[in-house]
Design a protein around this ligand. Structure first.
Ligand SMILES: [Zn+2]
Length: 77
């Protein structure tokens, strides 16, 4: 399923797409920069790990860790 196909046909404007996905990464399968979807992979103590997937072919094109901005708590017992 390609949910964005109808969107392209309706608007005919690729540029509009950037308003929905600010991040574009190079996709080795599409051989071009593509808009990406974020998928939460892991919730780690130090942050949430996300995977970036190409919106066209769902190939993984990148990763990031969203570090929690909490101050470090030192537990003393
Ligand atoms: Zn792709």
């Amino acid at each position: 399923m390609k949910p964005f196909d109808s969107f392209y046909k309706r608007t005919g404007r690729f540029d509009t797409f950037k308003e929905f996905n600010a991040t574009e990464l190079y996709c080795p399968r599409c051989k071009r920069a593509v808009p990406v979807r974020e998928r939460l992979l892991l919730v780690l103590p130090e942050g949430d790990e996300y995977e970036y997937l190409c919106v066209f072919c769902s190939t993984s094109v990148g990763m990031k860790i969203d570090k929690h901005d909490k101050p470090v708590t030192i537990i003393t017992s």
